[in-house]
Write a protein that binds this ligand. Structure first.
Ligand code: ASP
Length: 330
């Protein structure tokens, strides 16, 4: 890379947020502070000479560990009152990928995805095979009830009371738990997490992790672990992590579409990212994405009520935002 570029790390905690009307100042602070801390930790890896792959793995691991978000601990429940977690990672330099799906015994699914990328000649493991692979590579294993949280269980019970067979996007925990009057807008509550980064060597990477949809049928796989749909990175173009109704992102091959629009149509990252969100709207899909190009230009569009998001350029303070305000420092 000859032109100058700005190393950066961008994260999301899901497209859709507690409605502006119902979020309390404490909740807003909780989210923004967590996002800022995680963005700072992620860019710290890059500032210390780490790779984009290291930075997105670390940031997504921290997001998985944070119960506010629907990934790792804090993941939503399936219709069978179990958890099935998905994660993927892609290295823009080598185009190598790693993904796991339908796992419930690996503490940090993104680290399992990373282990697949690094150690396997396969790209994608599911269920029992993914657990076996994680064990063989020394990852931290947990019992399935590790992922149980009361507020997610309440979400499922609440949904089941409505007698729906439908799987729905993540609802914000506190909104339910506090029984505030905010409507449970099924299209506006998503808590998947993701990160994209450009490191100081000019390499791009993307990672995404999710518990999926509340009340999803067991065996259902969304866009998150599907390379090209929910996650994509290529040093020629960009790195992308998506959040939203997975089936729609799969239909659009959304993350790869952004890369293709840049590579074949010479769109800027912002034009390409917005184009894909426009397409999503056209097919009645709801969600958002984070994207970074080879220069460190970023785009964070969404068509939902909000998207938990933050970014940090090297040696700068992180900026965070939830709704359609300009990202700000806290
Ligand atoms: N994309 C995720 C899925 O469909 C859900 C989300 O973004 O919250 O599994």
């Amino acid at each position: 890379m000859t032109e100058s570029f700005r190393p950066v790390l961008v994260i999301h905690g899901g497209a859709g947020a507690i409605s502006k009307e119902s979020i309390t100042p404490e909740q807003a602070t909780n989210y923004t502070q967590s996002l800022a801390n995680i963005a700072k930790a992620g860019i710290g890896i890059i500032e210390n000479g780490g790779s984009a792959v290291d930075a997105v793995t670390h940031a997504v691991s921290l997001l998985e560990d944070c119960e506010l978000f629907n990934a790792g601990k804090g993941s939503v429940f399936t219709a069978d009152e179990t958890h099935e977690l998905d994660a993927a990672i892609m290295d823009g330099l080598t185009l190598k990928t790693g993904a796991v799906s339908i796992v419930n015994g690996i503490k940090n699914p993104v680290q399992a995805a990373r282990a697949v990328l690094r150690h396997s000649h396969h790209a994608f493991f599911v269920g029992e095979g993914a657990h076996r692979f994680a064990k063989e590579h020394g990852l931290e294993l947990v019992s399935p009830d590790f992922f149980n949280t009361e507020f997610r269980h309440e979400q499922l019970l609440h949904l089941k009371k409505t007698n729906t067979k439908k799987a729905v996007l993540d609802h914000n925990a506190q909104t339910l738990a506090s029984k505030r009057k905010a409507p449970l807008d099924e299209n506006n509550k998503m808590g998947t997490v993701g990160a994209v980064a450009l490191d100081s060597y000019g390499n791009l990477a993307a990672a995404t992790s999710t518990g999926g949809l509340t009340n999803k049928q067991i065996g259902r796989v969304g866009d998150t672990p599907i390379i090209g749909a929910g996650t994509y990175a290529n040093n020629r173009t960009c790195a992308v992590s998506c959040t939203g109704e997975g089936e729609r992102f799969i239909e659009l091959v959304a993350a790869y579409d952004i890369s293709a629009l840049i590579e074949y149509c010479q769109l800027t990252i912002d034009e390409a990212a917005h184009k894909v969100i426009e397409k999503l709207t056209t097919i009645n899909g709801v969600g958002g994405l984070i994207a970074v190009d080879t220069q460190g230009n970023i785009s964070l569009p969404f068509n939902s009520g909000g998207m938990y998001r933050a970014f940090a350029y090297q040696n700068e303070e992180p900026r965070v935002a939830i709704y359609d305000e300009e990202p700000f420092c806290i």
